[in-house]
Write a protein that binds this ligand. Sequence first.
Ligand code: NAD
Length: 461
Amino acid sequence: MTTMPTQTDTNTLNSYNPSTGEIVGSVPITPVAQIDSIIAKAHAALPAWQALSAQERADMLKPAGKILEERAEELGKLLSLEQGKPISEGIGEVKGCAARMDWESQEVANAVQPEILKSNGIESTIYYDGYGVCATITPWNFPMLMAHWTIVPALVAGNTVVCKPSEQTPLIADEYVKILNQFLPEGVLQIIHGEDDQGKALVAGDVNMIAFTGSKNAGQHIMASAAKGLKRLVLELGSKDPLVVLEGADLDKAAEYGVRNALRNCGQVCVSTERIYVQDSIKDQFVDKLKAQVAEFKVADCHEESARIGPMVMREQKEHVLGQIKDAIDKGAKVVMGNEPMDGNFVAPTLLDNCNHDMDIMVVETFGPVVCVQSVSSADEAVKLANDTEYGLGAVVFGEEQLARKVGRQLTAGMIGVNKAIGGASGTPWVGARHSGFSYHSGPMGHRQFCQVRVISTNDE
Ligand code: NAD
């Protein structure tokens, strides 16, 4: 594995294949000094964009889904090359965005229709207007989906958008924006490239709203910077999601879910299973099942058909994960499998038993391919430990149905799965609690987070 050069030289942002260190492509860096004029262009595009109805805006975006679908194979390969996930998953991410473009644009258009309330001789109309210019800032782990998730509601709700994708995955975000721009008026959707400095300048600029998906630290920085202008915020941040496994659970299903959700995308998922709490009486049996599942995960370059997971996106991420594994072992964790050294950015899927909350790996976000098990004596202890975190994006419990539902209601995350993954029914929001987020997106409730609510009241004659 070659040591990767720095991500940027003076005016070019290179994107590297994390499997090989080779350059996949590059984009021009947006000079920080130009960002204010880009934001000004977004303001200039606002009046005409807001003069359209939400339905007209949604209808403009919908054909972009067809192009994404037609180009899914080519774009999926590009996505995988710069991010590292198996190509089938890269294609799946593009196809997912393609499919969402139609129904999600429509869902936003429906969610922002005015509502009328009447009482005591008063008629009030609630309007959902765009805020103005929305900055969307996104991470690298789902580099198209994360952009799509905030750009589509922002646009259809009547905002113009300046987006700043991750410096690790600029190419696929650039393609996504180019495709949408085939159907949008000039200035409605713009993209800027660079590292944190570009993101900071965008947040500090004359934007009305910021929709950010990324780490807690960057989210806190953004919140502080946004405070000056009381800018509206949607922050989707990191997590440390627990899985609770109780007596009476279907252990095969729980093990399959737990391992898949811990290792998917090399553990680089905001709702990865990062901690497993299992009752003493079933622990050994459950760990054997986890072991069998982990053995299924072949690590390889995204091109290999047998690859279940690829490399970590960057060297620093690998060092962080290996540091946490070492800290856990030093403090008494038992390596059940994995932890063999691997070249380059690759990390062997690792199963650790005897974990506890003195270890970083049980309290600080890992974002890597590690399955961590701690045994508990009761459901109450599992709840206490699962909630012993500053985070709260997702949480899952497997157990006898009635007890599992009761335990699920005691968990403090924003999205909780009972005997299933966290994914909700259509229309539910993507919402983090505590330090995993501030406001939320998706579903009709989430779409309205991109809107200024205005109420006009008249006499109801
Ligand atoms: P990151 O915070 O390092 O970077 C995300 C984006 O913010 C990048 O585009 C980066 O350039 C920009 N940025 C960084 N500092 C900034 C600042 N001070 N001001 C403005 N912009 C700034 O995150 P990452 O490493 O790209 O992504 C991984 C993190 O994202 C993990 O913590 C993960 O849990 C989180 N995540 C959360 C969700 C969710 O839905 N809650 C989804 C995906 C990822």
